[in-house]
Design a protein around this ligand. Sequence first.
Ligand code: 5AD
Ligand code: SF4
Length: 444
Amino acid sequence: MVLKFHIETFGCQMNVYDSDLVAGILLNNGYVKADSIHKADILFVNTCAIREKAVERVIHKMEQYAHLKLKKGKLKIAGILGCIPQYNSDRLKKELPYIDILCGPDNYDQLPQMISDCLKSKKLQENLDLKKEQNYEDILPFTENTHSAFVTVIRGCNNFCAYCVVPYVRGRERSRSVQSIMTEVKDHVSKSITEITLLGQNVNSYNSDGMNFAQLLNKVSEIDGLRRLRFATSHPKDISDELISVMADNPKVCKHLHLPFQAGSNEVLKRMNRGYTREEYLSKIEKVRKEIPGIALTTDIIVGFPGETDEDFEQTLDVMKRSGFDNSFMFIYSERDLTFAKKNFNDDVPKKVKAERHKRVAELQKQLGIEQIGKDTGSIKEVLVESVSKKRSTEMIGRTDQNRMVIFSRQDGVKEGDYVHVKISRADGVSLFGEIVNLRDGGR
Ligand code: 5AD
Ligand code: SF4
C-alpha cells in the first residue's frame, strides 16, 4: 500500500523551504502527497523554536491532532520536525507521548528510514544530530507554487546574537555549492516559476566555490526565464559595497532589502552582540537609499531585551523614524534556553512594559509604513500576480519589485504568475490599491 503524507509548516521561510525538501525526499522514496490532513497516513509538523509562543502554538496544535492518531486510527505516523525537537525533545516526549518521530533540521534525508523503522518497531524514532556539512546538495525540493519559490543557499548561523537560539538548533554556517543552487533554480524556472528568493539566516556570509553572495546573485540572475531575484535575511554588519552595487545595477535583483536592526540603543545592541552601532546601521541605510533609488526597506525589531530602559527604547523608535521602513516584524523578547542572554542576563523588563513598547512600535510602524508605500500613489508598477483575493473574488493580489502588496480589480485572462502593470491610486494599511493599465506584457 502506498502511504500518503501531509506536512504542516510553522515558522520562517527557511522552514517553508525545508518542508518542500522533506516532500521531495518522501516523493523520491515512494510516498505520495495526501489531499488533506484527514487523508494522510503520515503527518509531519515542521516547527520553529525562536520564541516560546511558537513552541506553545505547536504543542497546542499537536494536542488537537492527537485524535487523528489515537481515535480515528487512520494516521499511522505523527512526527515533529525542525527546530523544536532540536531545542527540547524531552518536553515533546513528555507532553505528546503519541508522537512517533522527532527529527532535527539536519536529518531529513533519514526520514524514509525512520518511517520504515517506526512502522516495523512501533517505537519512537529520534534523530537530532547536528551535521556540520548537511546541505541537502543532491535533493530537489517539491513545491506546489506556480510562480515563486524559495531556494536556501546557506544553512545555519555563526553570529550568536545573545537572544537567539538559531546557532544552537540549526548549527554553524555552511554554504551550498553554486552548482546545486543553479540546478535547483533552473528546475523551478523550467516549471514556469519566474521569481526566486534566495534564503539563509545570514545570506551575506555566503561563500562557496570562490563566490561571495553578491557574485552569486549575478550568476543566478543569468538564468533565462528568471525575472525577479530576491533574498533574505541580511545582517547589517555584512552588507558589502559589492552587494549594494549589484542591487543597484542588476535589473533582476529586486529593490527590497530586509535588514533587521533589532534595537536602537548602542548599549542594547552591544549586549545583543549584534556587531554594529546605531550610527553604523543608520549610515548603511543612508548609503543603500542613496545608491539604490526607490529601494524599500523592512526590518526586525525586538522590544524588552534584558536591561532595556525607557531611554533605550526611545532610541529604537528614533531609528525607525530615521530609516522609514515599509514594514517591520516586531517581537517581544522571549528568553531561550542555551543562549548567552539567558545564561548572563535577567529577563527583567516587566511583561506590561514589554507589551506597551510592542504596541508603540506597532503604532509607529503603521504610520511610517503608510508614508513609505504611499509614495507609489500615482505611479505605474509592474506587479507579479499572486492570487485572487480571499476577501473579494473580484480582486487580485500581487507584488511590486519592492515587495509591496498591490490589490487590483480582476481582469479577464489575467492569472496567477502573470506580470501586469497597475496604476496605483492609493495606499491603505500595508497594501497599495490600483487598476491594471495595460494588457499582460506577454511571455513568462
Ligand atoms: N525573542 C524575540 N525575538 C527573537 N528573534 C530571534 N530570537 C528572538 C527572541 N529570543 C527575532 C529577531 C530575528 C527574528 C527572526 O526573530 O528579530 O531577526
Ligand atoms: Fe539569530 Fe543573529 Fe543568526 Fe539572525 S544573525 S539567526 S538573529 S544569531
